[in-house]
Design a protein around this ligand. Structure first.
Ligand code: UD1
Ligand code: MN
Length: 443
């Protein structure tokens, strides 16, 4: 299909060019070779021709967009009137999550700095009843346990549970360096089973012990919870924007949220029924990358914010400090308070979002990453096209975006499109072919 489309456009462009040239030669003003024609005239004509070509390119973009939609419709089948495909209930509107208990699960190990995390969780917590805090501690580190106990002793809405299996995990020699990731996966499995199976909660917000939270962290999860209930194409809500550096986000839009196919982690909400699906096949290590494989999440999406609601201060961690120094430390933590529970978030529902998203992205004028960075792209929003991993890497690097893939998915991508706000312009790094699914050979 990709080849076919390309051919279609090439043939279109060539025909247009020939027609333009013919018109040009047959025009009232005579052929271009006429010696009486001034250089300025020729320039004007060339400019006109360029303009026509530009218009044609824009038209081609629109055409491509129409083709994309038709293919989608064919694939998914036409929507029967009144039928809402991805919803369990017809409208979300504002959050109606009164009475919902959303426990916060804190994953701790051997860092006494869990105090910083707990202090913030308490500082911004609007209700002890709605948001009980459950600390799960791995690693058997006594000093850390004592810190946690100082919180649980003072407040009965904070509890602690200890991961009982502290045995060494037998590993092949080549995997010994990944031991930490095996332990983390084992601990998450225990902790989530504790929350869902032992305590019987409906949903959970997972926080690692090296995360700070924004003032509206609870409001964010409470406000988005109805999406998780009503849109079965969403399996998680995350507080994290992987491309959340200040030069890549719109700091004037803290209320803006997006759908993403890339699991962001780092402060995220999960429902009991999703855990019931994931638990039997839970991996032995690298659970976060495992959750980025569409095979494991049935290719469902997550919600993520324009501006992160968590900040990682964990320089000394299992993945060491390099990632922190090069990347994590630059992610902006939101400081405004957005009343998400009072906002209409129905634009994030699949049936509303997808159609508008593709239509909008492919209606935008195409620019290069260089033009965007030079502030030379036209209009308030631009589309930068990529066609393969190489052109993706190149454009992503130029724009300052993360350029890695997991299971073929770029960070923050939705249906192949990565968006950011750069140099005062919203930019969509988008496939120049009809996207239907991620290609896991892309890396
Ligand atoms: C990285 C990810 C993290 C993910 C983890 C799993 C970032 C910034 N961090 O961990 O989100 O969960 O990979 O692949 O991308 N822990 C235990 N037992 C241990 C060691 C650690 O429970 O034996 C806990 C820690 O308390 C923490 C979490 O696991 O809550 C992650 O550990 P950390 O040391 O922070 O590793 P990262 O490199 O950040
Ligand atoms: Mn960490």
């Amino acid at each position: 299909m990709r080849l076919y489309l390309k051919k279609f456009f090439v043939v279109g462009l060539v025909s247009l060019f020939i027609i333009s040239v013919m018109l040009f030669y047959n025009g009232n003003e005579g052929p271009i070779v006429n010696k009486s024609v001034k250089v300025e005239d020729i320039e004007t004509r060339i400019n006109k021709l360029e303009e026509m070509m530009d218009n044609q390119l824009t038209e081609s973009g629109k055409l491509l967009q129409m083709v994309v939609e038709r293919i989608r419709e064919k694939k998914e089948g036409p929507q029967a009137e009144g039928e809402v495909n991805y919803l369990r209930a017809p409208d979300v509107g504002k959050a109606e999550s009164k009475g919902t208990v959303l426990p916060v699960l804190v994953i701790a190990c051997d860092r006494v700095t869990v105090k910083r995390c707990l202090d913030n969780l308490i500082k911004f917590r609007p209700s002890k009843e709605t948001f009980p805090i459950i600390v799960s501690q791995d690693c058997g580190h006594n000093a850390t346990y004592q810190v946690i106990r100082s919180f649980t002793d003072a407040d009965p809405s904070i509890t602690v549970v200890r991961q009982p299996d502290l045995s060494e995990i037998p590993l092949e020699r080549t995997n010994i360096k990944y031991k930490g990731y095996y332990k983390i996966a084992r601990h998450f499995k225990f902790a989530l089973n504790h929350v869902f199976k032992t305590l019987g909660h409906e949903a959970v917000i997972i926080v690692e012990d090296d995360l700070d939270i924004s003032p509206d962290f609870y409001e964010y999860f409470q406000g988005t919870y109805p999406l998780l209930l009503k849109d079965s194409s969403i399996w998680c809500v995350s507080a994290w924007n992987d491309n959340g550096k200040k030069q890549l986000v719109d700091l004037s839009r803290p209320e803006l949220l997006h759908r993403t196919d890339f699991f962001p982690g780092l402060g995220w909400m999960l429902r009991a029924d999703s855990w019931a699906e994931l638990e039997p096949k839970w991996p032995k290590a690298f659970f976060d990358d495992w959750l980025r494989d569409p095979v494991n999440t049935r290719a469902r999406a997550c919600i993520r914010p324009e501006i992160s609601r968590t900040y990682s201060f964990g320089k000394a961690g299992v993945s060491k400090g390099l990632f922190f120094d090069n990347h994590l430390r630059y992610i902006v933590l939101n400081s405004d308070f957005v009343e998400f529970t009072k906002r209409d978030l129905s634009y994030l529902l699949k049936e509303n979002y997808d159609h508008n998203f593709t239509k909008y992205v492919y209606s935008l004028p195409e620019s290069t990453a260089e033009e965007v960075m030079a502030g030379a792209a036209p209009g308030p929003a631009a589309r930068v096209a990529y066609s393969n991993p190489k052109t993706f890497h190149k454009a992503a690097k130029r724009l300052g975006l993360m350029d890695d893939f997991r299971s073929g998915i770029p960070r923050t991508a939705y249906q192949g499109v990565v968006q950011c706000k750069v140099k005062d312009r919203r930019v969509y790094l988008a496939p120049d072919f009809v996207w239907t699914q991620y290609d896991r050979t892309w890396e």
